[in-house]
Ligand binder design. Structure first.
Ligand SMILES: NC(=O)c1ccc[n+]([C@@H]2O[C@H](COP(=O)([O-])OP(=O)(O)OC[C@H]3O[C@@H](n4cnc5c(N)ncnc54)[C@H](OP(=O)(O)O)[C@@H]3O)[C@@H](O)[C@H]2O)c1
Length: 269
């Protein structure tokens, strides 16, 4: 009988209660992995765990706030206590913190960094000793297209997502000798509760979270360093890298910031 791709692998997914993290956890379980599910909303994590158990796979619900290092460390320790290893980290937890630069406060940036950057860093640091000891593993960091090209008024979010991109770039190079692969994922607009309040132009239409999960699975198979999706976002990112002013023009022309239903620009999750 053919083995499932991730048979006997242990995957820890942050942000597993919703959206991209939830879709990724379910897909990795379908491929045979045992899942450690991390987020704050325990009830939603249990629902994901039940769905995984219905597939005949194992899941562990680990309620934790990723902005608290000790809670992230505890979640990783519980995973290793249960299964003895951690093969995959998918750091999906995040929050959309927007504010125009003239109104933005340091507190806005700190709030964004706390979840979008430090939440990722704590998870990476907690799994690394285990992956180094195993001499293998795969770390997936979910940044955003906003981590390649900033879209106003996303300053606080952009700062954190660029930081994640930089972290991924350095981790990939430094961890290579240890057999640890690193993939950074840069999705455009995704149809999740995070941006349910946001109408977007046709050119940056929302893709389903399952599409991101499938891209993550493919990156695990191929050990892809970076994934930018969908295709039109990849092209936009490449053009913006070569010609920043053209990227700015395109952003204005196509109203890429979208239209918020809420009056003021702020975090909506
Ligand atoms: N949606 C998009 O258009 C889009 C585009 C590019 C990148 N992304 C990125 O994709 C990732 C997933 O977002 P999504 O779109 O799937 O949004 P989502 O459906 O709102 O999911 C966000 C997840 O992050 C978790 N989370 C937030 N703050 C947390 C905290 N302090 N501690 C632990 N978990 C926390 C949430 O769980 P709890 O609330 O239960 O804690 C939830 O599971 C994020 O990093 C986001 O920045 C999203």
């Amino acid at each position: 009988m053919a083995r499932d791709f991730l048979q006997d692998h242990v995957a820890l997914v942050t942000g597993a209660s919703s959206g991209i993290g939830r879709a990724t956890a379910l897909l990795l379980a379908r491929e045979g992995a045992r899942l450690a599910l991390v987020a704050r909303r325990e009830g939603l994590l249990r629902e994901v765990a039940q769905e995984i158990e219905r597939m005949g796979r194992e899941a562990l619900t680990l309620p934790a706030d990723v902005t608290r290092q000790e809670e992230v460390e505890r979640a990783v320790a519980q995973t290793v206590a249960r299964w003895g290893r951690v093969d995959i980290l998918a750091a999906c937890a995040g929050a959309y913190v927007r504010a125009p630069v003239l109104q933005m406060t340091v507190a806005d940036v700190e709030r964004s960094m706390a979840v979008n950057f430090y939440g990722v860093l704590y998870a990476v640091q907690a799994v690394l000793p285990h992956m180094v000891g195993q001499r293998g593993g795969h770390i997936v960091l979910v940044s955003s297209a906003d981590g390649k090209k900033g879209i106003p008024p996303d300053g606080p979010y952009v700062a954190a997502k660029f930081a994640v991109a930089g972290l991924g770039d350095i981790l990939r190079q430094e961890l290579r000798p240890y057999g640890i692969a690193v993939t950074t994922v840069f999705p455009g607009r995704v149809d999740t509760p995070m941006i349910a309040h946001l109408r977007v132009p046709w050119i940056s239409a929302k893709i389903p979270p399952k599409a991101v999960a499938r891209a993550i699975l493919q990156a695990l198979r191929r050990r892809t360093p970076e994934v930018i999706l969908p295709l039109q976002v990849r092209l936009f990112v490449y053009v913006s890298a070569l010609f920043p002013s053209l990227g700015d023009w395109f952003t204005r022309q196509f109203h890429l910031e979208g239209w918020e239903e809420a009056q003021t620009a702020q975090e909506v999750r």
